[in-house]
Ligand binder design. Sequence first.
Ligand SMILES: O=P(O)(O)OC[C@H](O)CO
Length: 170
Amino acid sequence: MNLPTWITISRLLGLPFLFYFLNNPTPSYRWISVIIFVVAAGTDWLDGYLARKLNQVTELGKFLDPLVDKLLVLGPLLNLIDLGEVPPWGVFLILSRELAIAGWRVNPNLTGKASIQGANWWGKLKTVSQIIAIALLMAPLPSTWTIPSLIVFWLSVMLTLISGVIYLVP
Ligand SMILES: O=P(O)(O)OC[C@H](O)CO
């Protein structure tokens, strides 16, 4: 355990507050949940940057960083299913890909890789698209935003699947 890894884990601390505010229909509360989400998800670069700068890149960090991103994305998505505000099928596809890649990281040997593989640029792009889609879905926007938000969500689902396949093909 080192500083970047502690920062990685601490990014999860906002989740209970996010759930609290997201489940309150008052628009200002929903906006607070959006802010918590964007800050927690947006600090993704910080731990990786520090790990490289301090020369503290570890196998644990390479495993935990993408895992925390997955929890930060899947937590709000599951809550949005409960609220009936996101298509469960899309979330199921994201969940399937994320489980598959998290499992593959435990045993990268399966695809002939010798050690844990950190996130690549496709993975980072997919995470950014997920953050944008989820923030749009969480935000208490006028109903004219519903279809555009869902289009962004489905684009993110596609990017999530494509990025997963790119890891697995040799
Ligand atoms: O594609 P993954 O599963 O490695 O995740 C990418 C990370 O979330 C980017 O920080």
